[in-house]
Structure formats: C-alpha cells, structure tokens
Ligand binder design. Structure first.
Ligand SMILES: NC(=O)c1ccc[n+]([C@@H]2O[C@H](COP(=O)([O-])OP(=O)(O)OC[C@H]3O[C@@H](n4cnc5c(N)ncnc54)[C@H](OP(=O)(O)O)[C@@H]3O)[C@@H](O)[C@H]2O)c1
Length: 291
C-alpha cells in the first residue's frame, strides 16, 4: 500500500475527477474513496483520465454500513456484496485493492464483515479492512472466528494519537491508516458547510507548536503533520481541491522530524477527534449491539 494516499471526501463529482487526475499526475498512487462521498463516478473518471496503469495504483473504497439513527437502513450480507459491485461500476474498475466497512454503525456488522471476506475470495477486492473500529470492535471479529481485518483507517494526528489502539494494531499486524492528518491546521475544512469551525478553538496550542517546528525544518505545516503520521508507522491520507497543495502534500519523503520535535508533537495529544464532530457522532464510540 503506497504510504501517502489522496482522499476524495467533500469533493463534488466534477472536482473529484479533476483532483484525482491531478493527484495521480503529481505522483500519488493511492486513492481513498467511499460510497458515502457520493462522488465515485468522478473518481472513476479521474483515474481513467490520468492514464496510469491499473497495476500501479492502489484504490481503497468503503461500504456505508447503514445507520438507523440517520434513517439509513443497515445493509445485509447480500446488499453489501451488491454495493461493492455498484461501486466498481462507478469507479470503472474490475477490483479495488482495499475494501473497508466505513464505521461500526450497524448491528449487522459481523454479517457485513462476512460479506467482505466473501468479496475478497471472489477477487472483487484484494484486501479487506475496517475504519473507525476501536480495539473492542476489532476483537469482536476475532472472537467470532472470522478473518482478521488487514487495516483500520482512523483519525490520527498529534491531537488524536490513539496510543492504545495503535499498539493493538501493531500487536495484531493490522495496517494503520490515518485520516484527517491536517485537522489541527487553521486551513482545515474552511469551505462553506465543511464543518471545520466545530471545536476549532481547541487547536491553538497545536498550531503554535506545528508552525514553530515547520518553520525550523523549512517545510510546510501540512507536510510536517503528514510526516508525523508516517514516522508513527501510519499510511497517511490527505485531500485538497487545489493543485498546488496536492503537489505539496506528496512531498513528505525528503525530510525527517528529529526525535525531540517528535516528542514535542507527541505531547500535544488530547485524544480529541475532529473529523466527524460536525455530524455530532463519534464513530469510534457508537455501540449498536451485534445481531
Ligand atoms: N474513514 C473515515 O471516517 C474518514 C473520515 C475523514 C476522512 N477520511 C479520508 O481521509 C481523507 C483525508 O482526510 P481529510 O479530508 O480530512 O483531509 P486532510 O488532508 O486532513 O485535510 C483537508 C483539508 O485541509 C486543507 N488542506 C489540504 N492540504 C493543505 C495544505 N497543504 N495546506 C493547508 N491546508 C491544506 C484542505 O483544503 P483545500 O481542499 O481547500 O485545499 C481541506 O480543507 C479524506 O479525504 C477521506 O478520503 C476518512
């Protein structure tokens, strides 16, 4: 799995097309999509337009499992299988590299997981994993005697360092994938309706430290935060609608954060997540009883 991926959340269909094409042109080889982003048609067109060989790119997408409190019916085994088939048509692909359950929002999550295991066997996805699963939710799969998730995609940045979960993933050889690495920045989700203003007041100290270290290392604050995730052993995802930022965000391999600066960034941890805050839901803490 290429260690830096381009995410497509909050990109309207046409913008997803341009930005995915731009990201692949800039050197990204990992695209992160989801049923719930409602833009997979654009992502598929962008992948096709970039003209990069299918073997050279790694495409992840996610199942929206349903959530009764939002009036979204929970997906059964068969509906899960049909959903990936529909997504593949929109993405213009024969298979994805990684298929994830977007969050443990459904009581049917073990049934949905069994469907992912079958989808992997059938070759429609090469790998399977979860997102927003804490240790208990992963353990539930293992206790049921089902195949282990190969990856867990979670919010991860200096203010949300998930120390126990990160250790658990390492012990179980589950690949950690970071989303919203840039959440501490003042430029994160500032567009109309993107929700970045929620809890923004909590980020001041982190922003000061990030700015100081980035200036000292002569790198952008975005690059510093992405690099912090990489140095913790995570694959990192990042999204931008702007070509210059897309190009900037892939440049994270030509510098290293020294140990003392890593330690300073580590001390900013508040176990505070931001990415889902505008929805009023913490996807790591919901607990629908499994059926
Ligand atoms: N599994 C999940 O529940 C989940 C949740 C959230 C995200 N994700 C995935 O992870 C991906 C990344 O998370 P994210 O969308 O929160 O992205 P992110 O890369 O952490 O942050 C994107 C935000 O930061 C801004 N930005 C990007 N590059 C910048 C730079 N170099 N300097 C300053 N500001 C910059 C962007 O603005 P502009 O667009 O205006 O440049 C945008 O508002 C998502 O797209 C999605 O694929 C998954």
């Amino acid at each position: 799995m290429p260690l830096v991926g381009f995410g497509t959340y909050q990109l309207p269909i046409d913008q997803a097309e341009c930005c995915v094409r731009e990201a692949l042109k800039a050197g990204f080889r990992h695209i992160d999509s989801a049923e719930g982003y409602n833009n997979e048609e654009g992502t598929g067109r962008g992948i096709q337009a970039a003209g990069v060989s299918r073997n050279d790119i790694f495409v992840t997408t996610k199942l929206f499992p349903g959530y009764t409190q939002w009036g979204a019916p929970e997906k059964t085994y068969e509906q899960t299988v049909q959903t990936l088939k529909r997504q593949l048509t929109q993405l213009r692909l024969d298979y994805v590299d990684l298929y994830l359950i977007h969050a443990p929002l459904s009581e049917l999550r073990l049934e949905q997981w069994s469907a992912l295991v079958a989808l992997k066997k059938s070759g429609l996805t090469r790998h399977i994993g979860v997102s927003n699963y804490n240790e208990e939710r992963i353990q539930e799969i293992l206790d049921a005697g089902l195949e282990k998730p190969e990856a867990d995609q979670v919010e991860f940045h200096p203010m949300c360092a998930r120390i126990n979960l990160t250790r658990y993933m390492k012990e179980h050889a589950i690949a950690p994938i970071a989303y919203s690495s840039l959440a501490p920045l003042s430029t994160w989700r500032t567009g109309e309706g993107q929700g970045g203003e929620v809890l923004a007041g909590m980020k001041e100290e982190c922003q000061l430290v990030t700015k100081e270290i980035a200036t000292k290392l002569k790198v952008s604050e975005a690059a510093l935060l992405l690099r912090w995730g990489l140095q913790h052993g995570y694959c990192v995802l990042t999204k931008s609608s702007k070509p210059e930022r897309i190009r900037e965000n892939i440049n994270v391999f030509d510098f290293e954060i020294p140990d003392d600066d890593m330690a300073r960034l580590n001390r900013l941890n508040r176990d505070q997540a931001f990415a889902w805050a505008a929805s009023g839901l913490d996807p790591m803490q919901v607990d629908p009883s499994p059926k």
